[in-house]
Design a protein around this ligand. Sequence first.
Ligand code: MTE
Length: 325
Amino acid sequence: MFIHRRRGWEIPESKVTPEAAALARRAVLGGAAAAGVLAASPAKAWKLFSGSGEAGPAADLKPINAPRNPKFEAGRALTDEKEATTYNNFYEFGLSKSIYESAAALKSDPWTIEIAGMVKTPRKIGIEDLLKQVSLEERIYRHRCVEAWAMTVPWTGFQLSDLVKLAEPLGSATYVQFTTLADPKTMPGLRQSWYPWPYTEGVTMAEAMNELAFLSVGIYGKTLPPQNGAPIRLNLPWKYGFKSAKSIIRVEFTDQRPVSFWQSLQDSEYGFWANVNPDVPHPRWSQAQERLIGTSAVAQTQIWNGYGPFVASLYTGLTKERLFA
Ligand code: MTE
């Protein structure tokens, strides 16, 4: 199979993206937490989701008044909201970055999440019920795509560890797998049958319990728009963005390492760990720098996307693992 190789950062954005298109081609060819600061009212939070019954366009987004956690500042300017909500990867709606209009078809209300696998009691939980049991906060995270673009985004949500605790996993569970919505009626991308739908992702239990691992239900102080993964998506800011699964419908606890959507497409380029590292290039381009969306700026990429103090210790001793690609 023909893969055109260029030298690292010289690769223009147009050649890097959409990454999905490159892989599709190949698939065809080859077969504070200071308690006071964070006291958002859970009741208020869940009411946001007791809506009209129809997911709507951006204009229908509801404000979320969750306090900002000052522990998570990104050290650079926020990406313009319009950029972050109109330049997206959500392959279920198409390969381009401009899927925000077609994503308006996503029906995110009502929404149920299945808690499955190695847990005390497998069950389904409505998002309103879930949000009654957590407190929302806002965090500004750096968001780094494997395609070498980056954003700085204020997400509203709660720690993934809160969901893990509610799920009561068995002691033998070592991984968490996320499955996302695959609805052929509303998602035209699913017609591309060579992709291993549904989109799935996975992390270790230790990663899931890390305080950075976040489940977002909002962005820029409003409920998530469909294109950003309504009504609930993952954010793992020390990993490449493809690990941050959107529109999650199932969370499974397992003792088997999950094989994700991208890994099953091309494991040599998109491995299980996918931690950000400027010194480990993608096989087809450099990861040393990142283009800040909505600006003409290019920033130096940082190892762990700059979140080493939070996460580096998770990986000590894993010398045989391919942690960065
Ligand atoms: N989740 C689903 N279900 N489908 C996707 O195509 N794309 C991933 C991730 N989550 C994706 C997904 C990729 S490649 C990236 S970079 C981020 O979502 C993009 O998130 P954003 O559009 O909110 O910036």
